[in-house]
Design a protein around this ligand. Structure first.
Ligand code: ADP
Ligand code: MG
Length: 628
C-alpha cells in the first residue's frame, strides 16, 4: 500500500443549506439526542449492505474480510465515541459530496418542515429526510470521518466543527480502516454519558438491535469487542418467535419513524415463488406523502442480500407502506434495471399488493377503530388506486370510508350506503368540495336531505378524479348532486309529503325573465327539484366537468375556459313566488333580483359575486325599498 507523505488539507465551505442545517444541529435543543446513534448505525449498516451487493459481481472487493461488522468504541477518558464499519467506504470525492458539498434534496425539505415543527418532533424528523449524518453535531463539537473505499489503496479524512467549513485530506493508510468508514466524535461536555457502556448498549439494542449487520461494543479503546446485536434478519424468523416490541424496534429503525406501526405484515409466501415479507403501515402520515416524486419505501432483498430500495414493489397508492421483501427466486447477480423487468418481481408485486389490501380488509372488522385511523391518514392515497388500478377497484371500494349526510358523523362504507338506498334511487350521490362543514350546508343537498337520501361528502383533491372515472358500486353509478338534473321526483319526501306540484305560470315567466337578464353568464336557468329552503343554487351542465373539478383544474392553471353554470330556482320559495308576482313593469327590482339570486348562489358555493360593486349597489337598492 502507498503511504502519503505530504498530506494537503483542503478547507471548503458547506453549501448554504447544509450550513443552515448544521447551525440548527449544533444549537439544537432537540430533546432526543440518542437519534444520532441510530443514524450513524443506520449509515454503517447501509454501507455494509452496499458492499455485500457490489461484492456479488466483484468478489475481490470483499477480500479476506467477508463478514460485515459494525464496531462502536467508547473512550471515556478522552470523551470520544467512535463507530466503524467495514462496508463500502467513501473516496475523497465521495466524502466531499456526501457530507458537505451537495445539499441533497432532503436538506431543504427538512428545514422547511422543522421550521413549523415543535421541538420534541425535531429529532424525530431527522432520519426521514436523509440528513441523518449531521445529527452527530448534536452531541459532538468536532467530527472526523476517515474512510477507505472498498478496493482502494488510499484513504481520506473529512473533519469539521460544524461551523461553516470542513476539511478534506488524504490520510496515511496506516491510520485508516482497511476498508470502510470510521466516524470519530469529540463529544461535547454535556454529552459525556455517551461514553457509558451500559447506556450505549441499551440504546443500541432498542434502537438498532435488528439491523442486518452484527454490532460490537468496546467499552474502552483497548477492550475486547463484545457482540451486542447479532445481525440476524428479523424477517427470517418465524412470526411466532418475534415479539411486538421487536417488530416495533425494527420498524422504527428501518423506517426512520418514531411512531408505532398501525399494521404489521409478516409472512412467508411459498408455492410458485418463495419470498418473505415484513411490512408496516405507519401510525402517522409521513411528511412527503403527497410529494409526486415520493417513491415507495419497500426494500428488495435477495436471499438476505440487500439489492435496492427503488424497485417499485407496491403500486403508488400503497406508497405509505414501509418494509421489505426478501426473495428466494430472483437471481443475485442481476442488475437493478433488469430486476424491474423480471416476471418474478411482477408476481411478488401482485402477491404483496393483494395481501396488503386483504389485511386492511380484515382490519375493517377485526379492529375497526384502528382501521379508521389508517383510513383517516391514508385514505386519500388509497383512493388514487380507484382510477390507477382497475384490477383492484372492487377491493378498494370495499375499503373506502366516507363522511356523508347520514345523521352522526361516523365514517360510512359503501355497504352502509347501499343498505340505506331509497326506493327508486338509481345512483350513489356525492358532493365534492374542500371544506366538510361548508359542503354539508350546501343548498344543493336540501332536496336529498328532505328525501332521506344519503350523499357522500367528498373533500379530498383526489375525489374529483375517481368519481369521474366511470366506476360504479353494485351496478349504481356515482352521481354528483351539483351536476345535471337531480331527477328526484320519483322519490317521496321523508316526512311523507308529496313533492309540491309543478311551478306556476307566473314562476315560469319569472324564470324566463331571469334567463334573459343573466344572458351569457349562465348556460341555463331552470326550475329545481333539489332545493327546499334556499331560493337558488348553481349546478354544472349535464355533460362536462363538475364545478369542483373545474375549480381544481383552474386553480392548477390547467383550464382556460370554465363551462357556464346552470342556475336552478326553487319555484316554491316565498321570495321567488313574490318576485314572480311583481308587476312586469317594475323592471328594476326584477332585474336586481335576478342578479342577486345568481350572486347569492355563487356565494353559497364559496365564490365571490360576479361584480362585487354592482352586487352591493343592488343589495342597497332592494333594502331601501324594503324599508321605505
Ligand atoms: P442518508 O443515509 O439518508 O443518505 P445521511 O445524512 O445519513 O443520509 O448520510 C449521507 C450520505 O453519506 C449517505 O447517503 C452515504 O452516501 C454517506 N455515508 C454516511 N455514512 C457512511 C458510511 N458509514 N459509509 C459510507 N457512506 C456513508
Ligand atoms: Mg443515513
Amino acid at each position: 500500500m502507498t503511504t502519503i507523505t505530504e498530506a494537503v488539507p483542503e478547507t471548503r465551505s458547506f453549501e448554504a443549506d447544509v450550513a443552515k442545517l448544521l447551525h440548527l444541529m449544533v444549537h439544537s435543543v432537540y430533546s432526543d439526542k440518542d437519534v444520532f446513534l441510530r443514524e450513524l448505525i443506520s449509515n454503517a449498516a447501509d454501507a455494509c449492505e452496499k458492499l455485500r451487493y457490489e461484492g456479488l459481481s466483484n468478489a475481490s472487493l470483499l477480500g479476506e474480510d467477508g463478514q460485515p461488522r459494525i464496531t462502536v468504541t467508547l473512550d471515556p477518558d478522552n470523551r470520544r465515541f467512535t463507530i466503524e464499519d467495514n462496508g463500502i467506504g467513501m473516496s475523497e470525492e465521495e466524502l466531499a459530496d456526501a457530507l458537505g458539498t451537495i445539499a441533497r434534496s432532503g436538506t431543504k425539505a427538512f428545514m422547511d418542515k422543522i421550521a413549523g415543527a415543535r421541538e420534541a418532533e425535531g429529532s424525530h424528523l431527522i432520519g426521514q429526510f436523509g440528513v441523518g449524518f449531521y445529527s452527530a453535531f448534536m452531541v459532538a463539537d468536532q467530527v472526523e470521518v476517515i474512510s477507505r473505499r472498498a478496493g482502494a489503496d488510499t484513504a481520506a479524512s473529512w473533519s469539521s466543527d460544524g461551523l461553516g467549513t470542513y476539511t478534506i485530506q488524504p490520510v496515511d493508510s496506516a491510520d485508516a480502516p482497511g476498508r470502510g468508514t470510521r466516524v470519530l466524535l469529540h463529544l461535547k461536555e454535556e454529552a459525556s454519558s455517551y461514553t457509558e457502556s451500559f447506556t450505549i448498549e441499551r440504546t443500541i439494542k432498542t434502537q438498532s438491535g435488528h439491523v442486518p449487520v452484527p454490532i460490537f461494543l468496546k467499552d474502552r479503546p483497548d477492550a475486547e469487542p463484545k457482540q451486542i446485536a447479532d445481525g440476524a434478519a428479523l424477517w427470517t424468523r418465524p412470526k411466532t418467535e418475534v415479539t411486538a416490541e421487536e417488530y416495533k424496534d425494527f420498524y422504527r429503525s428501518a423506517a426512520g419513524q418514531f411512531d408505532e406501526p398501525a399494521l404489521t405484515l409478516h409472512y412467508h409466501a411459498e408455492g410458485l415463488h418463495e419470498y418473505s415479507v415484513l411490512a408496516f403501515v405507519p401510525e402517522t402520515k409521513p411528511f412527503d406523502l403527497f410529494d409526486p416524486d415520493r417513491a415507495g419505501r419497500m426494500k428488495l432483498y435477495v436471499r438476505r442480500v440487500f439489492i435496492t430500495d427503488d424497485a417499485q414493489i407496491l403500486p403508488r397508492y400503497l406508497r405509505f407502506v414501509r418494509g421489505l421483501v426478501d426473495s428466494n427466486d430472483l437471481p443475485l447477480n442481476v442488475s437493478r434495471e433488469m430486476i424491474q423487468e423480471s416476471p418474478v418481481l411482477a408476481a411478488i408485486q401482485k402477491g404483496i399488493s393483494n395481501r396488503v389490501l386483504s389485511e386492511l380488509d380484515k382490519l375493517t372488522t377485526g379492529d375497526t377503530e384502528r382501521y379508521l385511523k389508517i383510513w383517516d391518514n391514508f385514505g386519500p392515497v388509497l383512493k388514487e388506486g380507484l382510477y390507477e388500478d382497475y384490477t383492484r377497484r372492487e377491493a378498494l371500494l370495499g375499503l373506502a370510508r366516507f363522511k356523508t349526510t347520514a345523521p352522526g358523523s361516523e365514517w360510512r362504507s359503501l355497504k352502509d350506503y347501499e343498505a340505506g338506498l331509497k326506493e327508486n334511487q338509481t345512483a350513489i350521490y356525492y358532493a365534492t368540495g374542500t371544506d366538510l362543514d361548508r359542503l354539508a350546508a350546501s343548498p344543493q343537498l336540501e332536496g336529498f336531505r328532505a328525501r332521506g337520501i344519503e350523499v357522500l361528502l367528498l373533500t379530498d383533491q383526489v375525489d374529483s378524479f375517481w368519481v369521474t372515472s366511470g366506476l360504479d358500486y353494485e351496478g349504481k353509478p356515482f352521481k354528483s348532486v351539483t351536476q345535471g338534473l337531480a331527477d328526484l321526483s320519483l322519490i317521496p319526501l321523508a316526512d311523507g309529503e308529496q313533492p309540491a306540484v309543478a311551478a306556476s305560470d307566473a314562476v315560469n315567466g319569472f324564470i324566463a325573465f331571469v334567463k334573459e337578464t343573466l344572458g351569457d353568464a349562465v348556460s341555463d336557468v331552470r326550475v329545481s327539484d333539489r332545493l327546499i329552503e334556499s331560493a337558488a343554487c348553481l349546478v354544472a351542465p349535464e355533460h362536462g366537468m363538475d364545478r369542483q373539478l373545474e375549480k381544481l383544474l383552474a386553480g392548477a392553471g390547467r383550464l382556460d375556459t370554465a363551462a357556464k353554470p346552470v342556475l336552478e330556482i326553487n319555484p316554491h320559495h316565498a321570495l321567488v313566488e313574490k318576485l314572480s308576482a311583481v308587476d312586469g313593469s317594475d323592471e328594476v327590482i326584477r332585474a336586481d333580483a335576478a342578479h342577486l339570486l345568481f350572486d347569492e348562489a355563487r356565494i353559497a358555493d364559496g365564490e365571490l359575486p360576479v361584480d362585487p360593486r354592482a352586487f352591493s349597489a343592488r343589495l342597497m337598492r332592494l333594502l331601501e325599498r324594503g324599508i321605505g
